[in-house]
Design a protein around this ligand. Structure first.
Ligand SMILES: Cc1ncc(COP(=O)(O)O)c(C=O)c1O
Length: 425
């Protein structure tokens, strides 16, 4: 890298590098993000990261990661078991070739078939959640020979082609025209869904707990009614477990709380172990009919990369361990008690908590408070981002491996950030 010589005179080496990173990132990656973070006085460049912690590149400022990229870092940053799995398999493997028969892909697919809800025996691998959602929608359309896809207002399934078409207007509008045949209905309003769904509907797609909409935990009956409606009308139920999967809710899959099986279940984020991107669209075996006449009709060059398969197998081994899930539930109870006391102490600020296991959100009394909390959290030493589709919610998503000592370090920071909000509102 080249550095301007006048800068070298003014600043220490890391500060020079940090300014260089900001400048070049602004010039070549995203001037908008640089302007946003400067405006918010969040001049943070991600440097060292380990376990539950992130450090700024130059100042050494430490943050407890309560964002985790929506679950990418469920097992913490650079989890030693995951790193060791990746490194050891680099000795003999690479990405592989998705055209060929592959042992690591067969191993991972068989493990997913064993662990996912009953009947989801076929898997297509991808690289991103959006890609995996796109594939789910392609399969639903091709299998049912119907075109209509129903999603929910405030839901979020990614920003690729078909996934984007399921989303809210604000994300879609600049990129229209998008694929036709997509309808949104209000969330948790079964009557509205019933009026819209028909024998033209290929699939209903829903997050088990919509995260971007504000960690909205559905009633059991709601998801069960959706399942029955799908059965009556021959509609496929696509459940997006990109954030809720892999132990986040205290069960291996969020949908396990609802005693129903989807026809297609999409996994992403945490399957990567935070180390190697890999996603999976798990589906009922008969849906493979879509690929029978031409098994090469869907291509993903990097999807199911072989070294990624070993990483995902390790993630599944850790996350499906009953003692791991027991610990997630114990930790969730600690947070639940803490949120109650926080609401009691700050009733004008905290309206409540949305929570299923460690899928957690703090609900504020005003939509302005989410973004302000994000800034106060940064100042206090933790990263917590407001829900994009409901700014009155701060998502609190620490790694599932957070220790008691780390919770004890985090909770006073949450209290201090909340206290600061009283100056704003
Ligand atoms: C619930 C859900 N589904 C799908 C996606 C899309 O995943 P990706 O960003 O890997 O394409 C996301 C990403 O945030 C998500 O939260």
């Amino acid at each position: 890298m080249t550095l301007d010589s006048d800068l070298k005179n003014d600043l220490g080496r890391n500060e020079i590098n940090k300014k260089w990173v900001f400048d070049k990132f602004g010039q070549h990656v995203s001037s908008g993000k640089v302007a946003f973070f400067k405006e918010a006085s969040i001049e943070f460049v991600l440097g060292k990261r380990e376990g539950c912690y992130l450090w700024d590149y130059s100042s050494g400022k430490q943050l407890i990661d309560c964002h985790c990229n929506g679950g990418v870092f469920n097992l913490g940053h650079r989890n030693p078991a995951i790193v060791e799995t990746l490194v050891s398999h680099l000795n003999g493997y690479d990405i592989g070739n998705h055209h060929l028969i592959s042992e690591p892909r067969a191993l991972l697919a068989a493990k997913l078939a064993e662990l996912t809800p009953q009947g989801l025996d076929h898997v297509v691998f991808g690289v991103s959640g959006g890609e995996a959602i796109d594939l789910a929608i392609k399969v639903a359309r091709a299998h049912t020979k119907r075109s209509q896809i129903i999603s929910f207002t405030g839901g979020y399934h990614g920003h690729t082609g078909l996934a984007l078409a399921t989303g809210d207007e604000k994300y879609r509008a600049p990129f229209e025209p998008l694929a036709p045949g997509f309808l949104q209905v209000p969330y948790h309003d079964f009557e509205a869904l019933k009026k819209t769904a028909s024998k033209n509907t290929a699939a209903i797609i829903i997050e088990t707990v919509p995260a971007t909409a504000g960690i909205l935990v559905p009633e059991k009956i709601y998801l069960q009614e959706i399942r029955s409606l799908c059965d009556q009308l021959g509609i496929l139920l696509i459940v997006d477990e990109v954030q809720t999967g892999l132990g986040r809710t205290g069960k291996l899959w969020g949908i396990d709380h609802y005693d129903i099986s989807p026809d297609i279940m999409v996994l992403g984020k945490g399957l990567s172990g935070g180390i190697y991107p890999i996603t999976a669209t798990c589906m009922r075996a008969e849906l493979e009919d879509v690929f029978l006449s031409d098994p090469f009709i869907h291509i993903s060059t990097f999807g199911g990369a072989e070294i990624g398969c070993f990483v995902a197998l390790k993630v599944l081994e850790i996350s499906s361990n009953p003692s791991f899930l027991k610990r997630v539930n114990q930790t969730a109870e600690k947070f639940s008690a803490f949120f109650k006391s926080l609401q009691k102490d700050f009733p004008s600020i905290i309206a409540g908590a949305h929570q299923l296991g460690m899928m957690m959100g703090l609900k504020f009394t005003h939509p302005k408070l989410g973004p302000v909390f994000t800034k106060c959290a940064f100042d206090e030493g933790f990263l917590a981002i407001y829900a994009n589709n409901d700014t009155s919610i701060a998502q609190i998503l620490p790694p599932l491996i957070i220790s008691d000592a780390e919770i004890e370090a985090l909770t006073p920071k949450i209290i201090a950030a909340t206290k600061k909000l009283t100056h704003f509102y």
